[in-house]
Design a protein around this ligand. Structure first.
Ligand code: ADP
Ligand code: MG
Length: 362
């Protein structure tokens, strides 16, 4: 009996040892550590489409991913229809056509984006100004025939740029522009809103892991199915498409970039890009050539990437540091890369061109 009991004890000990060893092995192996994730993680579904004047890519880990991606595209097309000024029809065109005259009824979505746009215009002290439309239109950066307007013409049009002239009536619900000729342009914020709406649709369908990229407005839902963080490259503003100056590792974040490389034309050796300084009427010349904002909501990141691009390094840093939960990467014309303190652990400077200098938080 004793002998048998001893043998059983030995077996128990060996079994215990095996369990301990297997547990140690499993917890050292990051993929296996996250076994529960594998339940929903079928192969990713990828979709590339075009709307809002840009390429839209989605990656969704879920059943019914194709159907979900279509719902997202339907929603984005609806947002484009309501908010664009580059095609006829839509609510913002109606608002602009009625400038100086009538209030115009607006959908909940459009009013939300307009209110957000007004709010960011205010907190950026007008560096972001959603009524910059007449100037953007005059430059025609989006048309086949862009041209450099005369200074007098720009001065005239600058009289129309003032976000305080947007009068919002929440009860109607609707809005009015005070002066005849004023134009709201949601080009610097609507893509951010659309990306937030996409994430809402993913969540409604119980998707736990996905990302969407609307022309540089990236939103990450959850982490990757294997439990690792998403990696998002920060574009080298002077390098070819696909070249980066660093990588952000993140989950559940919006990452939005603005730059003078996205849309521009050149005349007499000068680059005229699509982000206007509402104080001068000319393309912003703040010393920044690329800004990237990391935040919870993409609508905020979109407005702030444009705003800080116009504000420049110092004022841009000041603004970002005032807003909780928002971080930024700024790239200057003299090829220095600055980040805010909150990104020290999630941003990795990686510059293949060897032209940039990494300056951590000022
Ligand atoms: P992109 O649309 O290329 O992603 P942005 O988010 O920076 O880039 O938005 C730029 C667009 O915003 C311009 O094309 C124009 O429609 C509009 N815009 C330009 N300058 C300003 C500004 N100072 N404030 C608000 N909107 C602007
Ligand atoms: Mg923007």
């Amino acid at each position: 009996m004793k002998y048998i009991k001893g043998e059983a004890n030995m077996r128990k000990k060996i079994l215990l040892l095996i369990i301990v060893l297997v547990t140690i092995y499993l917890s050292s192996c990051s993929k296996l550590e996250n076994l529960p994730y594998m339940n929903f993680g079928t192969e990713p579904y990828e979709n590339v489409d075009y709307a809002m004047g840009t390429v839209i890519s989605q990656r969704i880990y879920s059943n019914n991913a194709e159907e979900i991606s279509k719902k997202v595209m339907d929603k984005i097309r609806q947002i484009e229809e309501d908010m664009t000024i580059n095609k006829p029809g839509g609510e913002i065109n109606r608002l602009n056509d009625s400038a100086g005259r009538d209030f115009v009824k607006l959908s909940e979505d459009t009013l939300y984006v307009l209110e957000k746009a007004k709010e960011f215009s205010k907190i950026s002290n007008g560096a972001f100004d959603v009524t910059v439309g007449p100037i953007v239109k005059e430059w025609g950066v989006f048309t086949d025939n862009p041209s450099v307007p005369s200074m007098e013409r720009l001065q005239d049009l600058l009289n129309l740029v003032n976000y305080e002239d947007i009068i919002i009536d929440k009860n109607m619900p609707g809005a009015k522009l005070q002066k005849n000729g004023q134009l709201v342009d949601l080009g610097g914020i609507a893509k951010g809103f659309a990306a937030d709406e996409a994430i809402d649709i993913y969540k409604q369908h119980n998707v736990k892991s996905a990302f969407i990229n609307i022309g540089g407005n990236i939103v990450l839902l959850g982490d990757k199915p294997d439990g690792s963080l998403w990696k998002v490259g920060v574009r080298n503003p002077r390098g070819p498409e696909g070249s980066y100056i660093g990588i952000i590792s993140a989950k559940d974040k919006a990452i939005v970039s603005s730059g003078d490389y996205q849309r521009y034309f050149e005349k007499d050796g000068i680059r005229y890009h699509h982000i206007i300084d509402p104080r001068t009427g000319y393309p912003s010349d703040s010393g920044l050539i690329g800004t990237t904002i990391v935040s919870e909501l993409s609508i905020d990141a979109d407005a702030l990437s444009t705003a800080t691009f116009v504000l420049g390094l110092e004022k841009g840093m000041d603004l970002i540091e005032k807003i909780e939960g928002v971080e930024a990467i700024f790239i200057t014309r003299d090829k220095k890369v600055y980040i805010t303190g909150g990104l020290v652990n999630s941003f990795e400077f990686e510059d293949d061109s060897n032209e940039y200098e990494y300056v951590k938080k000022r």
